[in-house]
Design a protein around this ligand. Sequence first.
Ligand code: 0XW
Ligand code: MG
Length: 370
Amino acid sequence: MKNIKITEIHIYQHDLDIKGKPYKTSLSEVNSLDTTIVKIVTDSGISGFGEVCPLGPVYQEAHALGARAALAEMAPHLIGMNPLQYGKVLAKCEQALMGHNYAKAAIDIALWDIIGKQFNLPLCELLGGAKRDKVPSYYAISIDSPEEVARLLVEKQKQGYQKLQIKVGGRDLAEDIAVVRKAFEVKEPAIEIVLDANRALTTAEAIRLSQSCRDLDFILEQPCDSYEELTKIKANICHPLYLDECATDITVVSRSISEGVADGFGMKVTRVGGVSAMRCVIDVCHAHQKPLSCDDSWGGDIIAAVCTHLGSIVEPRLSRGVWIAAPYISQPYDSENTVQINDGWIDVPSAPGLGVSPDTHLFNHTQSFS
Ligand code: 0XW
Ligand code: MG
């Protein structure tokens, strides 16, 4: 085993400003997101980058200040460790801090970046190989009026997206139903639609939404808050049910499949702990033939690259696409290698590791450990 060592860990803060209108879901409306970048430096001259960017403090149990505090708690314990032995490094993180998977994910991602650079392989090849050289993306249409949602849906269909997510929830259910019906007036037959309430519906609202639109073909993503609420509505809805926010780790993923609750997943890489954990989720979904997307709550070029690499190892038939924030972000932080969506598809990066080299001069340096 090549014996290289972690010599420094640097933590940065950066604002990802949203271009145009705010990004609006049932629970929040955001104009800018606070992301955290981790740089792990080794004595071999190789450095790896990780990132974690909660979608504000209410999308799920994660927030930007918490990420940086959790990273500061763990970082000192990792100095001197061999990053190629990522399992040992992650075990040390567990010994240093309980929980906080979203922060641990930034370290996990940076370790995989180092491993790829060390062995001159892109992340997808380290994970068994990309099943295709580009992956489908999807666009999430914010909470808006029926007319605006329909206009955007037509625009995104023309741009080549095969899958579109429509945000619902957080308002009178009649408004959501009007949005859905208007959207289906302009939807092309081949386009897959997901309605995502981001946990905001009551069980009664979720059942009413599904029953009143039983003639329309869409997927319901995380309509209610808790896993228990989703188990209660399952028998009373007439649409496939996908889990997102409550799929917090591999145990919920496997339980929801074995209990017949989840028909698929909208996964977030940092929520489950990063690349190492997400690879397990993909394996379980393959074994049970459950569709999943490889997304994150938000993030810049590092997160976009990670989601794309992971999305490329998903069986194409089970891929619900890869969501990245690039279309909503005003300025990438690695303009040379930024992952882009072209005609609804994303080319899988081919450079070693993540294939991203952020310019840390753009970031606010917060803490360093050596
Ligand atoms: C559409 N996303 C992947 C991006 C936003 O973080 C929300 C998330 C979702 O599916 O809820
Ligand atoms: Mg979702």
